[in-house]
Structure formats: C-alpha cells, structure tokens
Ligand binder design. Structure first.
Ligand code: IPE
Ligand code: IPE
Ligand code: MG
Length: 238
C-alpha cells in the first residue's frame, strides 16, 4: 500500500507524511511556562505546517496529537488539551478548508467529550469534498487499539480466518496509504503506539527539536533526508 511519489523536480517525496508531535511540555518547561501553553504553541504550529506540507506536494499528512495512553496524564492537562482541540477545530477549519485540505480524525471514539466529538464530525463533513490534502488528526489513537478494534469487528461478522487485507479494511481509515515517512520531534526514539501496523516499512526521522520549534527548515531537512533513502521492502536493490 505504499507508493512512491515524486515532485516536479523528480525528487522523491512521501505520499503520506506522519509526525509525532512531541516535546510541547519540555518546550514550556524550558520557558518556565505551564505545560498547556506548550500544547497551545504546538497546535498553533500545525496551521502553518498544513500549508507547508501541501506546498511540498504531500497528499496525506497525519499527526499524532493524543494517544490512548495520554488519558493517564493529570486531569487538568487532559481537559486543557480537549479544550485546545475544540478551539483549534472551531477557529481553523475555515483556513484548512481554504487550503483544499480535508480534515479527518483517526482514533477510538470513546472517552472523547460528546461536544468535541460532534465538532469533529462536523469538521469532517464540512471539509469532505476537499481533495488536495488529507489532514489527519490522530486523537485518542493507539496502534494496538486500532488492531484490536479491527479484529473485534471481524469476529462480530462471524469470519474465522483473516488475511492482512481483511485487517486493513477494518482499520479506522482504510483508504489512507501507509506512512512513508514518520518524523518524531523532541529527541525521543520510539513510536509510542503510533501507526503500529502501518509503519512496517516506514522510514523514520528523528530530531531533537521540540515540536513548537519545528519549522520549515526542519521539514525540508527531513524531506531531503527521506529523498536520499533507499527503500527495498525486503527485496533486492534496484
Ligand atoms: C506532545 O507533547 C503532545 C502530547 C502528547 C499530547 P508532550 O506533552 O508529550 O511533551 P513532553 O514530551 O512532555 O515534552
Ligand atoms: C506520544 O507522545 C503521543 C503523542 C505525541 C500524542 P508521548 O509523550 O505521550 O509518548 P511517551 O510517553 O514519551 O512515549
Ligand atoms: Mg511527550
């Protein structure tokens, strides 16, 4: 399900770019600010990133914004994050739509406050005809949860033996191709339950920069690095 893409300069670009938005808390701490201000700065960064990613010719852009494990954080931080998501959706949908981007959410729908869920559904519906970029916000997403949810759907259907394709068809966003490149900011070298199944042949790029400081130059550096990678998928070098 992974396809190579090239831009007009024949440079290899990811069709699906995924970013693990990490380091908001440490960004705030460094400035003696509350963690939530770090999260606010992080969400702000996304606005511009959608534009930049689109300009690079990327077709799918997914971001890990809240994991199934992030509910274990203090209630104040979780509530604050949910409010920031509300604010972001309410105020940014128009701009994102104007960029030709379709907003999609990926993750479990339980636990998310009812009003936020309604807003998410509205934003998806409101932007569904945009087809330049799919901007995918992973909220209450966990790779293990996604696999388990897919397996349970298949069990409910009565099917006994499954193939990889059956599983894939039951994922949250079955039409979205696997991520070609996964960037993680803030110096952590792990996946933390993001795109677990889908990342089987993804390329990784790690940077020490905290997410709120990630900028165009950083993005270009990551894409440059990706363009030089040799992807073999277990086969022989072409
Ligand atoms: C990433 O920033 C955003 C979320 C996980 C919600 P963190 O909040 O994990 O920031 P650090 O890792 O503590 O710096
Ligand atoms: C991963 O970051 C989840 C998101 C960025 C949403 P975390 O900060 O939650 O991951 P760990 O705890 O460092 O692995
Ligand atoms: Mg973190």
């Amino acid at each position: 399900m992974t396809t190579e893409n090239e831009n007009e300069n024949n440079k290899k670009i990811p069709k699906h770019l995924a970013i693990i938005l990490d380091g908001n808390g440490r960004w705030a701490k460094k400035r003696h600010l509350p963690r939530l201000l770090g999260h606010r700065a992080g969400l702000r960064k996304l606005e511009n990133m959608v534009r930049l990613v689109k300009r690079e010719g990327i077709r799918y852009f997914s971001v890990y914004a809240f994991s199934t494990e992030n509910w274990t954080r203090p209630k104040m931080e979780v509530d604050g994050l949910m409010s920031l998501f509300r604010f972001y959706i309410r105020h940014k949908v128009e701009e994102i739509k104007a960029e030709g981007a379709r907003i999609r959410f990926c993750g479990r729908k339980n636990k998310i406050p009812e009003d936020l869920l309604e807003q998410m559904n509205w934003a998806e519906e409101y932007t569904k005809d945009q087809n330049i970029l799919d901007f995918i916000l992973c909220i209450n997403y966990g790779g293990r949860a996604e696999i388990i949810d897919a397996v349970n759907k298949i069990i409910d259907s009565g099917q006994k033996n499954i193939t990889e394709e059956d599983l894939r068809k039951n994922f949250y966003l079955p039409d979205v191709p696997d991520p070609d490149l996964i960037i993680r900011t803030s110096g952590e070298l792990r996946l933390s339950n993001f795109w677990l199944w889908e990342s089987a042949y993804s390329e990784y790029y790690f940077t020490d920069t905290y997410w709120p400081d990630f900028d165009e130059a950083e993005l270009k550096k990551a894409l440059e690095d990706y363009a030089g990678r040799d992807r073999r998928y277990g086969g022989l070098k072409k």
